[in-house]
Design a protein around this ligand. Structure first.
Ligand code: TA6
Length: 302
């Protein structure tokens, strides 16, 4: 049952800094105002926008995105858990897991002063999730808005047996033109390509420049990355912790046309550089254990 935004405002609202309303599709939406401003839907705890001052937006949203219970939002920052990509054993299950399809609870909002405001969201396993992924877990996801955007996902194992999971933050970064940007930070790192469709491991030999559909999972890397975008006269710096994989994706022309919730031309203005623990970098959690993955996004004028 969608949350009551009036009650959310009385429980968690902060005058001029944190308020709830109903956004697209009538879904509950939180607006967070620190030095930057962000919008977060309770559906998937999905950050759909962030911008700092009069800079261009950090993130892209598809004009054709769905905003409906049980469907993923296209664009912004999908949170992928308890699996990233296709389910390893059952292709009937939704790609990128269950968390982005569910309504999260608000667990707290904190105005830490000096232009930083953070909101925490929680999600626990349910009979619905257990049917699709037989484990008891709790997630705490914290979005912090200041001059930069910081996202942090804590996964807790709430059962008596260990479990392994994969996860990702899947941000759609706004770029001027994908054909004119470079991604640095992954030089020398081994990667697998879904486009090539083999398990062969390649090694990145320099800054990444895209010239077609690109879907690469870089493994065993804790490196920060930069997206260098001369057209927007900025870098986007991606710092991370608790993550050993980075994924670089752009659908290009043909895949974009096949995606019904994505405009045919929208591929030119986005790139996903995803902080992840993908297959090959699974996270193992013992009973009672926890794991935190974190990413910080900052735009730097060139
Ligand atoms: O992260 C790259 C990827 O796994 C691509 O293969 C593509 O499927 C993309 O995610 C989008 O996934 P989605 O479920 O949001 O359409």
């Amino acid at each position: 049952m969608p949350m009551d935004t009036e009650k959310l405002n009385s429980d968690f609202g902060i005058e001029g800094k944190a308020y709830f309303d109903r956004g697209r599709g009538g879904l509950p939406r939180l607006t967070l105002r620190g030095a930057g401003t962000a919008e977060v839907y309770l559906h998937g705890a999905h950050v759909t926008s962030f911008r700092h001052g009069d800079e261009p937006p950090l993130l892209r949203m598809s004009a054709q995105s769905n905003f409906a219970p049980g469907l993923p939002i296209r664009g912004g920052i999908p949170v992928c858990f308890p699996w990233f990509g296709a389910h390893p054993d059952n292709e009937e299950l939704p790609i990128h897991g269950l968390a982005r399809l569910m309504e999260w609870e608000v667990s707290g909002i904190d105005d830490t002063g000096n232009g930083t405001v953070s909101a925490s969201f929680s999600l626990e396993s349910t009979p619905w999730t257990r049917k699709r992924w037989p484990a008891d877990f709790r997630l705490e996801y914290t979005v912090t808005v200041g001059e930069e955007l910081d996202v942090r996902l804590e996964v807790l194992n709430r059962q008596k047996q260990a479990f392994d999971f994969t996860c990702a933050f899947h941000p759609y970064f706004a770029v001027s033109d994908i054909r004119n940007v470079r991604v640095t930070g992954l030089e020398g790192v081994g990667y697998r390509s879904k486009v090539i469709g083999s398990d062969e491991l390649f090694t990145e030999d320099g800054p990444i420049e895209l010239a077609g559909e690109t879907d690469r999972t870089y493994l065993d890397t804790t490196s920060d990355c930069e997206i260098i975008d001369p057209g927007m006269n900025r870098w986007i710096r991606i710092s991370k912790s608790g993550s050993r994989s980075t994924v670089v994706w752009n659908p290009w022309v043909d895949k974009a046309e096949r995606m019904e919730d994505f405009g045919d031309e929208e591929w030119t203005g986005m790139i996903c550089v995803e902080t992840a623990n993908a297959r090959g970098n699974e996270v193992h959690l013992e009973p009672g254990g926890s794991h935190t993955m974190r990413a910080t996004y900052r735009t730097v004028p060139m």
